[in-house]
Design a binder for this molecule. Structure first.
Ligand code: PHB
Length: 398
């Protein structure tokens, strides 16, 4: 008898299957669930302001799983995809399509914090294993945390918790904050406010515009009139490139230092051109990380996808690595939930960003890098925070 309980379970199930097949019986659902393909649902933006982010995440997920032979815990994969359009009003409906209609075993999604709240509801109601490859909304790993939800990216305040101090160190003590007004921008502000004011900085004004609006002109005029030492911001995707270009075109680049949560310069350095040069940001990844792991990842990604990877590709990749590790631990038995969650909680992800682990509330414990954009690259100029963990405030598992 095989002493390993999960492979013993697998043997019993295959024996049951062989019996069912030879006697012409219909297979029971539990047998199908264990031996058929594993159903993986991707709920990501494939249109709208965050479309390139969704594509990079999917590329990363597939790349990690392909490196493991294209299977999870020995099982083939069937993929299901939904374009969530970064539209929070369709969040629950879109997540339900994957969970109720497609009966996915794992849901991977998404980018936008508002849409994530819809996924979180469906994840909590259904108990389906859910991996968050980007959206940083605090509630997902704080008050609304759940045993079946794991984040492989960041919490919204993590990158900016390291930003304020770096600004004050550079002598920029009077700042304007500007962002899209929704959870990601508001929670990024929480981190910024804490680190900037603690370091002795003063926030002279908070500016905002609704997502995904990119009419920055009136706000840039206001910034020019306020004459702060620096501007700090949260924007992401191609809109970030537009913000940097508009900032330069408004004549502010040589007068006011521009800082950001590092998403500002991810995947858009080419599009932003010289407008990005000198922009200082904090993030849990940098393309220029000089490690064999990052270099090998970047080379392989570029070869496969004919594109340069960014933080979103890395987060997708790490999602694939985490899922592969979990499935391996339970030999592909997604219903072995306690063992699966234990494996995911204990995982050490050997990421291109550097090794990271899961916090108790299922959010990465990770280093935050200080970077400066220079000639198409985010150059690392320091580690802004070491092994930074989200506090997980209000999280009660179970
Ligand atoms: C979010 O909505 O949580 C979000 C979106 C894009 C980012 C970061 C966070 O780059």
């Amino acid at each position: 008898m095989n002493p390993n309980p999960s492979s013993r379970r697998a043997m019993l199930k295959s024996a049951a299957l062989a019996g069912a097949a030879s006697s012409g019986l219909l297979l029971p659902e539990w047998a199908l669930a264990q031996t058929g393909k594993i159903r993986v649902g991707l709920m990501l933006p494939y249109s709208g302001a965050f479309a390139p982010l969704g594509v990079a995440i999917e590329n990363g997920v597939r790349m990690a799983i392909n490196e493991q032979g294209g299977k999870l815990g020995g099982r083939e994969i069937e993929w299901f995809k939904v374009d969530d359009e970064s539209d929070p009003s369709k969040g629950v409906e879109n997540a339900s399509k994957l969970v109720q209609r497609d009966k996915v075993d794992v849901l991977i999604g998404t980018v936008h914090s508002g849409v994530q709240m819809g996924i979180q509801k469906v994840a909590r109601d259904s108990g389906v294993l859910t991996l968050i490859p980007n959206a940083g909304v605090h509630a997902a790993t704080r008050a609304l945390c759940a045993p079946n939800v794991f984040r492989t990216s960041f919490s919204n305040s993590q990158p900016t918790l390291a930003l304020g101090q770096a600004m004050v160190k550079r002598g920029h003590k009077k700042a304007v904050w500007i962002t899209w007004k929704y959870a990601a921008g508001d929670e990024a502000f929480e981190g910024f406010k804490e680190s900037y004011t603690q370091a002795g900085g003063t926030i002279v004004k908070e500016l905002g515009l609704p997502f995904p609006n990119v009419e920055f002109q009136a706000l840039l005029t206001e910034i020019a009139a306020l004459k702060p030492d620096a501007v700090a911001c949260f924007f992401a995707g191609p809109s970030g490139a537009k913000f940097m270009k508009d900032f330069a075109a408004a004549g502010l680049k040589d007068k006011i230092a521009l800082y950001g949560s590092g998403f500002l310069t991810e995947g858009v350095l080419e599009a932003a051109g010289p407008a990005a040069d000198g922009v200082i940001t904090t993030l849990h990844y940098s393309d220029s990380l000089d490690t064999p792991r990052n270099k090998a990842f970047r080379l392989a990604y570029a070869k496969t996808f004919r594109a340069q990877p960014d933080v979103y590709a890395v987060q997708g990749y790490d999602t694939g690595l985490l899922l592969a590790q979990g499935m391996k631990a339970v030999n592909g038995d997604v219903n072995a939930k306690p063992a699966l969650y234990k494996a995911l909680e204990a995982a050490v992800i050997d990421s291109p960003r550097g090794k990271w682990t899961m916090s108790k509330s299922h959010n990465p414990v990770q280093d935050i890098y200080l970077r400066v954009a220079e000639k198409g690259e985010n150059k690392v100029i320091g580690v802004a925070a070491k092994a930074l963990s989200d506090p997980g405030t209000g999280c009660r598992m179970g």
